[in-house]
Design a protein around this ligand. Structure first.
Ligand code: FAD
Length: 390
């Protein structure tokens, strides 16, 4: 039986999250736009922390975090639904109480030192694999770690690292065996900023401000290896895998909200004696957006469901990321167009969304890399056409 309806629990959670976002988070939207217009960060970190604590009081803390660690462990499908609700606002809010999935691979001591304080929001992590010479081709990273007694000496440069300016520790991927490279020769290290790495901000077209990280013979004790020596590349792929359905899930919410804005505007804005909603040119923008939005919704939920069921979700996840992020970029462009000159102003959030959503087609696997994965899986016979029905 195919059942597309939400369970009662999923519906209740979705409604409660929608109501929290509308009552507690959306009221900051005007401030976000005002701050941006005046060249300030959209919201102070303190305000975001307060919002997270407020959400915690409402029971929303650690959406993906296992219950043993004080979280809700709602599973991939409900996580995707919640991400969609949070994505309806352009206030850069995220529920608190979560940590990078690979930190659970740590020893008991590492969990106490890194995982638990990150869940509590007392420490801040960043994930660093990309280098100036290795982005999509992550297998060819050059940053190296050389053993020296019971320590490792790390040298190299990482680039475009989200939270790299704010983080006090990094999960950094370095080559520990050049011969083996990504096939058993890459290791992940937990490295405190206090151990000696430095960062520089990188200005971007959006608010998402990553950093370059510099490792100049940074000495790290062996006990800071996350997982096993040589098994780092698998950890990196596990970290990235999660974003393949959570990124499009968040984009769905923004697209929904923008489509609602487009419908309101089309019905109220008059041109040549009629609401613009009566013109076919505008109707097609709305229809195309609705069709792509619905398609992306089901592809994303399907990928999340596959992960939840423990199935091999790699093909479905690449399809979800490609379709969801392409859809959101097309929708924002059409909705901005429907708003005419107003769409281009900083009075409305559309130009901000336009800039922020553009990133989604680049990080955690570009469009081209998702297409490469999808095509290769088919061409090499890893998946068959129509497999999703089998
Ligand atoms: C704001 C931001 C935040 C980021 N956060 C992080 C982070 O926290 N941690 C981290 O490690 N990285 C992060 N990244 C890096 C991001 O994952 C990379 O930028 C991305 O993987 C692309 O790599 P690249 O920029 O080197 O582009 P390249 O890999 O050089 O690609 C350039 C172009 O060539 C295409 N291309 C490359 N290879 C192929 C191929 N085989 N077939 C077809 N086309 C190809 C690409 O799709 C792209 O269009 C972030 C990036 C940005 C912009």
């Amino acid at each position: 039986m195919v059942d597309f309806s939400l369970t009662e629990e999923q519906r209740d959670v979705r409604n409660a999250v929608r109501s929290f976002i509308e009552k507690e988070v959306m009221p900051f939207e005007a401030e976000v736009l005002r701050n941006e217009r005046e060249g300030r960060p959209s919201l102070e970190p303190g305000v975001l922390k307060e919002l997270q604590q407020k959400a915690r009081k409402h029971g929303y803390w650690g959406i993906n975090t296992p219950e043993d660690y004080g979280g809700m462990a709602v599973g991939p499908v409900l996580s995707a639904i919640i991400a969609g609700e949070a994505g309806r606002t352009y206030v850069p809010f995220r529920f608190g109480g979560s940590a990078d999935n690979i930190l659970y691979a740590g020893t008991k001591e590492q969990q106490e030192e890194y995982l638990l304080p990150t869940i509590e929001g007392e420490r801040r992590s960043c994930f660093a694999i990309t280098e100036p010479g290795a982005g999509s081709d992550a297998r060819s990273i050059q940053t190296k770690a050389v053993q020296d007694g019971d320590d490792w000496i790390i040298s190299g440069e990482k680039i475009f690292i989200t939270n790299g300016n704010e983080a006090d520790f990094v999960m950094v991927f370095a080559v520990t065996d050049k011969e083996k490279g990504a096939d058993g020769g890459v290791t992940c290290f937990l490295v405190d900023r206090a151990m000696g790495w430095t960062s520089d901000p990188i200005a971007t077209m959006g608010e998402w401000g990553p950093a370059s990280l510099h490792f100049d013979n940074v000495r790290v004790p062996s006990r800071n290896i996350l997982g096993e020596v040589g098994k780092g590349f698998e950890l990196a792929m596990r970290w990235i895998g999660q974003g393949r359905y959570m990124i499009p899930a968040g984009a769905l919410g923004g697209a929904e909200r923008m489509l609602e804005m487009a419908i309101d505007y089309a019905n109220t804005r008059h041109s040549m004696g009629r609401p613009i909603a009566e013109y076919q040119g505008i109707q097609w923008h709305i229809a195309d957006s609705a069709v792509e939005l619905e398609a992306a919704r089901w592809l994303t939920l399907f990928a999340a469901w596959q992960v939840q069921e423990g199935k091999d979700a790699r093909q479905a996840s690449s399809i979800a990321k490609l379709s969801g992020t392409t859809m959101a970029n097309k929708v924002v462009d059409r909705v901005l167009q429907i708003h005419g000159g107003m769409g281009y102003t900083k009075e409305l959030p559309l130009e901000r969304w336009y800039r922020e959503l553009r990133l989604l087609r680049i990080f955690e696997g570009t469009d081209e890399i998702q297409k490469r994965t999808i095509a290769r899986n088919l061409l090499k016979g890893h998946v068959k056409v129509g497999d999703s029905l089998r």
